[in-house]
Design a protein around this ligand. Sequence first.
Ligand SMILES: NC(=O)c1ccc[n+]([C@@H]2O[C@H](COP(=O)([O-])OP(=O)(O)OC[C@H]3O[C@@H](n4cnc5c(N)ncnc54)[C@H](O)[C@@H]3O)[C@@H](O)[C@H]2O)c1
Length: 457
Amino acid sequence: MSNIAVIGTGYVGLVTGTCFADLGNDVRCIDIAEEKVAMLQRGQLPIYEPGLAELVDRNVRAKRLAFTGDYGEGLRDADFVFIAVNTPSGIGGEADMSQVRQAAEGIARHVEKNVVVVNRSTVPIGTGDLVTAIIKRVNGRVPFAVVSNPEFTREGTAVRDFLQPDRVVLGATDRAAAEQVAALYASFDCPVIITDLNTAEMIKYASNAFLATRIAFINEIAAICEKVGADVKEVARGMGLDSRIGQGYLDAGIGYGGSCLPKDVRALEHEAAIHGCHPQLLRAVMDINRDQRRLIVQRLRELLASVAPDAGVRGLEGRTVAVLGLSFKPGTDDIREAPSLDIIHLLETAGAVVKAYDPAAMAKVQADGILPRVILCQDAYEAAKDADALIIVTEWNEFKRLDMRRIRDALRLPVILDGRNLYDPAQMRAFGFTYWSVGRAVTHGAAPASETLSLVQ
Ligand SMILES: NC(=O)c1ccc[n+]([C@@H]2O[C@H](COP(=O)([O-])OP(=O)(O)OC[C@H]3O[C@@H](n4cnc5c(N)ncnc54)[C@H](O)[C@@H]3O)[C@@H](O)[C@H]2O)c1
């Protein structure tokens, strides 16, 4: 059993700290956000992550997990300090390192004994040396080592990903320190890579850039499929069954979002550029991803114009659009860089009224005052009520099992744009929908004449 401190109780820090406590360690999580610490101390979670609440509760009761806003209290007796603060995009696309710098200074001011500082945040190459330099400058007395241990968990499945990782990556100049950290993961049945600091940091960026590239690639293929009459879902399946390719991250759709892939691709592009490289592939990935969000709004205009010919004149002005899904992916309430935000912005800018429903993210949207003009609804059917079209933005499981007759009856026009390719086009036609999905042919159902007439006012 080790004494572990975790700095930052966000999506990564809270999962890391809680899972280490569940493995039997004594864990203290430190955060500067007083309201988060107060919530956690009251037994409430500031984020939604499946399975996490039960785990936090169990480990707090077992007195293996505690939360504090005080570095002194949190770091007392710590053998390991994990840095899990955020590294958001700066104005030039670079990773903003201010939280990491602050955390390193906080550690330096408060550690009293030999400690291993473990960087869990996703950081630019060279951060291990930066953290080392900060701690040395602020506190020359206490011996310490810095290890990079990038986080590969995904929101929505973070607890499982933490406890059953594909690999553990550790980077250090001091191999003994890396091996001490490796011992924390000794019960896991997975490869452990021990390498140097810069290589470990690069493994994280390269992994995320590669995942983003696969998504951009299949979206580019989807655009060609639409033109040549191929079905991208079948194409991806056919490709993915090749053992050299694999199925993951080949889902055509409205692109990636969230707190990691967008900022990490930008940060790597920035890093490459300042080192004199020409990261044209990364730039193309970002371009394609941005275009996917515009594409769905453009297709909406086209479909509405085809279903109600006068709509071409009105465009989206005065239209009501139902948006299903606000979080950047299912299983989380995280809306950072979610495609929904751009899509809703484009719709509202074009004069449309947006009604939206999300199973997990609406409380956060309301609390943060994001999307003030959007009408938040209790469920998908309320969102669809009297809307001119419905857009699927996030592939929540409950959207896969909608009662399509109810949806069709609720909508003013039977128009669905599926940004996540959830449904079978033939079935959607049978339900009477005009249905567009990414990289597949548009299908048109036969709508009752009365509905078509009601459009032409
Ligand atoms: N979210 C993910 O699923 C995920 C996955 C892999 C890697 N990462 C990386 O992990 C890092 C953290 O991401 P996140 O999503 O957990 O961020 P987050 O914004 O959810 O959490 C960061 C937390 O750190 C706290 N904080 C900021 N400065 C602090 C300081 N000086 N001292 C103590 N606490 C401080 C904030 O109050 C916040 O609670 C990022 O670098 C991210 O790229 C995230």
